[in-house]
Design a protein. Structure first.
Lengths: 157, 255
């Protein structure tokens, strides 16, 4: 069961953030149509958000009861947010931002090359071939076989 | 009844139809295994290709793609913990822990055997009871859909072995994400925050890649330096005794 294991670093804070998110969703759901009618568009959002708040409260209370093992701050840095995760999450965010202005091809190539270089480190030629090869396969399959419209980019349009 | 049986057996005894079904199934497995591509999308694209074909040939190919695609989602669910299709989400819960123990072959075999058996049961039920099932389906009223949805949410709660509260929270979050967009009856915006993009709702593929793909990629970053697990794929079809034990073992594994 959940209570048998020690609390993971950051688990209580995450549960609290989830509860706050649920409360915000409930507030937003109430704003859709309030309690005006049992078949109004806001009823199901309120029911779902209500279930989230109730279960979120249970999660927070149960997480608080769990024992904490070791120094929380040090373990949070080493287990949840090691440098590799921070860098990779940053690359994903940068890719998301670059996708629209640069287009799929350029931003995906840059993202693949950067992430393969960061994680694989087998020489620039291998990394270039891997990035270009995988991007070519993805592009051909999605663009020509399945005719998916991929972002062209605003700069090179 | 004899007419139904004729149509049922036609696809098995006509070599060209059997070939098209096999080709469709193989292509469907690839489509299903790619998280960005849905079976519905593949079938929609295929309709434009098969528009001028004979109806039986086209149906054989489309059925093959559909069946293969629904099954194919389990491959990435087992090997990468990223379901290729929404129908494979539950497969990831049991299949990925088996793959982590080097038994991906057994998991794929079990999933394949069960998919085949389930497919045959479905085909048989459809062939024998299609008229009765369609009559029953027509009796479904909105309240029945509501009850069905509630059963689905309760099932989510029971599937989340670690904590019921977390299962309910995740289920309710999923329902909330599914409600983003315009209300289907009144066209009133729900959780759109004034954004035009959100009015169309959140697509399944985007949500699945975000929840499963990115999450799994971040988890795998912990194991970049560890040696890959050698998978035992010598025997894909699992022995009969392991069928009942496999689900018990992997439940214990992810507890």
């Amino acid at each position: 069961m959940d209570n048998d294991r020690p609390r993971r670093p950051g688990e209580l804070a995450f549960a609290a953030v989830m509860l706050a998110l649920a409360a915000f969703v409930l507030y937003q759901a109430h704003g859709i149509s309030g309690f005006s009618s049992p078949s109004s568009p806001g009823v199901f959002p309120m029911l779902a958000a209500g279930a989230m708040v109730a279960s979120g409260l249970v999660i927070v209370l149960r997480t608080r009861q769990m024992g904490l093992r070791g120094a929380a701050v040090g373990r949070f840095a080493s287990e949840i947010t090691p440098r590799r995760h921070i860098v990779f999450a940053g690359m994903i965010v940068a890719y998301m931002i670059a996708l629209e202005p640069l287009g799929f091809l350029l931003s995906s190539f840059a993202f693949l090359l950067a992430s393969i270089h960061y994680l694989y480190r087998k020489g620039i030629v291998v990394e270039l071939v891997l990035s270009a090869g995988s991007l070519a396969v993805v592009y051909l399959v999605f663009r020509y076989v399945f005719t998916v419209v991929l972002p062209e980019g605003e700069i090179f349009r | 009844m004899s007419e139904t049986l004729t149509y049922l057996t036609m696809a098995w005894f006509d070599p060209s139809l059997l070939f098209l079904t096999a080709v469709g199934t193989l292509a469907g497995i690839y489509v299903g295994a790619i998280p960005g591509l849905s079976v519905t999308m593949a079938v929609s694209i295929l309709i434009s290709f098969t528009f001028r074909w004979d109806v039986n040939d086209a149906l054989a190919l489309i059925v093959g793609i559909f069946m293969g695609g629904v099954y194919g989602g389990s491959r990435t669910a087992i090997l990468l913990n990223i379901p290729g299709a929404p129908s494979a989400i539950a497969t990831a819960l049991d299949g990925f822990p088996l793959a982590q123990k080097g038994e991906a072959g057994a998991a794929i075999g079990l999933s394949t055997v069960m998919s085949v058996i389930g497919g045959f049961v479905g085909i048989l039920a459809l062939a024998v009871a299609a008229p009765a099932i369609s009559e029953f389906a027509l009796k479904f009223a909105p309240r029945d859909y509501l009850l069905l949805a509630i059963i689905g949410i309760l099932l989510v709660g029971s599937l989340s072995g670690e904590s019921l509260a977390k299962g309910v929270f995740a289920g309710a979050l999923g329902v909330t994400l599914g409600m983003v967009g315009l209300d289907p009856l009144t066209a009133e915006g729900r959780f759109t925050f004034g954004s035009i993009q959100l009015m169309g709702g959140i697509p399944y593929v985007a949500a699945m890649i975000g929840f499963f793909g990115v999450a799994e990629a971040l988890i795998q970053l912990h194991h970049v330096d560890t040696k890959p697990i050698k998978q035992n794929v010598s025997r894909i079809v699992p022995p009969l005794a392991s069928w009942c034990c496999a689900s018990c073992r992997c439940r214990c594994a992810h507890r």
